[in-house]
Design a protein around this ligand. Structure first.
Ligand SMILES: Nc1ncnc2c1ncn2[C@@H]1O[C@H](COP(=O)(O)OP(=O)(O)OP(=O)(O)O)[C@@H](O)[C@H]1O
Length: 502
């Protein structure tokens, strides 16, 4: 086994989905021991090419070679057993069974004797793996449903790594992970590379790619636009070059907001008063008209729960959430009072996957479009088309089902449904998860427009730079309560906040 030996090649891969051409003849060559970054705009074909390599779907045409032989895996399990595994963007664990059964899904034979699966043996083996990757707080015997999205991603990671592993593909996973989870992932990919295994890291985060990858492939619109070596990646101004290769033009204008003026109205639009539920005790917060309040913290600090409570999704034991003075008891109330909510759990809470883009975008706006008992199809169509164009949602048209969109384009739909509605209070939980830099910039500008229009915004995020870049006021949560508060200032740095988080 030699460093730099070619382990995998995809040659002239084309992939068509009816009218959508996802890959237009892409080539990719992977070597042993490299950590290859894969970057490109939303919908450029990153997940598609790697999912073909990992047995999730087949190409329309083209050829693949793995370890010197033609490669045509029949399924993801087949690919996994032969050494190519992929962690998908969305949760891919099987509900209703244990963590151990998830880790060894498809490998039950290894624990079977006389036709019976030796559950205890499987649990011991799974726990040994969890401990090895320093996530032993996850118990192999527990039902998987007990664990949150971040932990389930880590369980998937453990599942992907078996003794045959040769190539691990990590698809836009870090944004779904907590700080600790990211460190587990980074440590693991470096260990794999040191053991001459290959890692493909699909990411929109240029800093992350420059820090962890040893080479980079840039995709645009189904085509490879460039390949950079480690030396190329160390050159000055490389981040701009990567952006240029990705989007085909220079990015201009502000990325985050450029002002440090955190003036807002004194009128409270969204108010949490003595809110108590689950592990949250006596939580108080006012979000004013024209204010962006950011909440950050480590996973499990309670910030996501606060977002849910603001939208009426949590049953409070004490206290209340008020919107313009009216009590929000349910999400029905929240929508009625003009609150929008972008859930972090995109596929399970934010979107109807088996629905069209148009149905998803217009859903919260239906009462506004209603004339008597009638809702005109034309008005739905117009509203949805406007948002599709504004957000550059990559699709055939508004009738395309959301489950066929790329991850970032799904995220745009979940954002666009609230801009379509004109919600004047928006709770955003990880609003830019999985979107490319160009769209991020656009979303930040939209958030600023909302602020200028006097809307109240509660932005919950695991990206401290995003919170610092956009918030008028930034709260850090730890152990389900506010541990630190910061006012907008040009000198604020992520390092100022870490002590309040851990
Ligand atoms: N099952 C499908 N049916 C129709 N179109 C599809 C399907 N799967 C993917 N596509 C389309 O193929 C294109 C490439 O999607 P892909 O998921 O590979 O993009 P990506 O580069 O990974 O994007 P992102 O950064 O948003 O995750 C997109 O236009 C997407 O809508």
């Amino acid at each position: 086994m030699k460093e730099n030996e070619i382990i995998f090649q995809a040659i002239n891969i084309k992939k068509e989905f009816d009218v959508t051409v996802a890959l237009k003849g892409a080539d990719i060559t992977l070597k042993r021991g490299e950590i290859r970054g894969l970057i490109g705009e939303n919908g450029s074909g990153k997940s598609t090419i790697m999912s073909i390599a990992a047995g999730m779907q087949s190409a329309t045409s083209g050829e693949m070679v793995y370890k010197g032989k033609t490669w045509n895996p029949t399924s993801m399990i087949d690919a996994n057993l032969q050494g190519i595994s992929m962690i998908l963007q969305e949760a891919n664990t099987i509900p209703g069974i244990t963590v151990a059964q998830n880790i060894f899904a498809g490998r039950e034979k290894e624990f079977t004797s006389h036709g019976i699966v030796r559950i205890k043996k499987m649990i011991r083996a799974a726990q040994a793996l969890l401990d090895k990757y320093e996530i032993g707080y996850i118990h192999a015997a527990d039902q998987i449903d007990r664990y949150n999205f971040e932990d389930r991603k880590l369980i998937e990671l453990v599942r992907c790594i078996n003794e045959n592993i040769e190539i691990l593909v990590v698809d836009e996973t870090t944004t779904a992970l907590s700080h600790n989870g990211r460190n587990v992932l980074y440590k693991l990919i470096h260990q794999l590379a040191e053991a001459h295994k290959t890692v493909v890291l699909i990411s929109h985060d240029i800093d992350e790619i420059l820090e962890h990858c040893t080479s980079l492939t840039v995709l645009r619109d189904g085509e490879i636009m460039g390949e950079l070596t480690k030396e190329d990646m160390q050159k000055s101004d490389i981040a701009n070059k990567i952006r240029y290769l990705m989007i085909g033009r220079e990015m201009t204008g502000d990325y985050y907001r450029s002002d440090y003026d955190s003036v807002c109205s004194e009128v409270s639009r969204l108010s949490f008063q003595h809110v108590t539920f689950g592990r949250i005790k006596d939580f108080n917060l006012e979000v004013h008209a024209g204010e962006i309040v950011g909440i950050g913290g480590l996973s499990g600090c309670g910030m996501h729960e606060i977002g849910r409570a603001g939208y009426g999704l949590e049953k409070l034991i004490e206290g209340k959430v008020l919107c313009d003075g009216k009590i929000v008891k349910s999400c029905k109330d929240a929508i009625k009072y003009g609150i929008g909510y972008i859930s972090k759990n995109r596929d399970t809470e934010a979107l109807i996957l088996n629905g069209s883009i148009q149905d998803n975008i217009v859903l919260p706006s239906l009462p506004d479009l209603q004339k008597g008992i009638y809702i005109s199809k034309k008005s739905e169509h117009m509203l949805s088309d406007k948002e599709i164009e504004r957000f550059h949602i990559k699709c055939a048209d508004g009738n395309q089902w959301v489950n066929t969109l790329s991850g970032g384009n799904k995220q745009k739909v979940s954002f666009a449904k609230w801009t379509a509605k004109g919600a004047n209070i928006i709770i955003m939980d990880c609003p830019t998860r999985g979107v490319d830099v160009g769209v991020k910039q656009f979303m930040y500008q939209q958030i600023m427009e909302m602020k200028k229009a006097g809307n109240a915004i509660l932005m919950i995020s695991e990206e401290l730079t995003e919170l610092i870049g956009m918030s008028d006021r930034l709260l850090i949560m730890k152990d389900f309560e506010i541990s630190g508060q910061f006012k907008r200032s040009s000198g604020l740095k992520p390092a100022d906040m870490i002590n309040y988080m851990v």
